[in-house]
Design a protein around this ligand. Structure first.
Ligand code: ZN
Length: 132
C-alpha cells in the first residue's frame, strides 16, 4: 500500500526532517523488518539522508546548493525555476531505506530530509512500506 505525506515548506530552499512522520507510517503498518521506499512527486524537490543532530548542517546544505546552482542567464525554461529543477535532479527524488525493529535503520546522526527547492508551497511524498 502506498501512503502519502503532505508537507508545507516555508522557504524557497529548505530541508525538512521527515524521519518521525515516516516512522509513524511504519508503526501503523506493523512492519518490523523490511524496506521503506520514499518518493517525491515533484520536479523541483528531492529527498536525501544527512545529519539530523545539528540544524546548521541542513542550512549549510541548502545554502551550498543555492550557490552551486544559481539562477543563470542561459536558462530558457519559461517558468523561471530551472535552478530548482537542476537541484532536484542532482539530489534525486527517491530513497530506499531499511526497516529494522519497526523503525528506519539509520546511523546515529542520520535523518531523512525532504528538500524544497521552489517553495514555499504544499508538497506530497509517497511512502511504501514492505516486509514482515
Ligand atoms: Zn519549472
Amino acid at each position: 500500500m502506498i501512503q502519502y505525506l503532505t508537507l508545507r515548506s516555508r522557504e524557497q530552499t529548505e530541508l525538512i526532517d521527515i524521519t518521525a512522520q515516516v516512522e509513524d507510517l511504519i508503526s501503523s503498518s506493523r512492519v518490523t523488518t523490511g524496506w521503506c521506499d520514499v518518493f517525491v512527486l515533484h520536479t523541483t524537490a528531492a529527498v536525501t539522508i544527512n545529519e539530523g543532530a545539528d540544524p546548521a548542517v541542513k542550512r549549510d546544505i541548502a545554502h551550498c546548493l543555492d550557490r552551486l546552482v544559481p539562477n543563470a542567464h542561459y536558462f530558457t525554461h519559461a517558468e523561471g525555476n530551472s535552478a530548482a529543477h537542476v537541484k532536484s535532479s542532482l539530489i534525486g527524488t527517491s530513497e530506499k531505506l531499511l526497516v529494522e525493529r519497526g523503525k528506519l535503520l539509520l546511523g546515529t546522526w542520520q535523518a531523512l530530509y525532504f528538500c524544497e527547492f521552489d517553495g514555499p508551497r504544499e508538497r506530497r511524498v509517497a511512502v511504501r512500506i514492505s516486509g514482515e
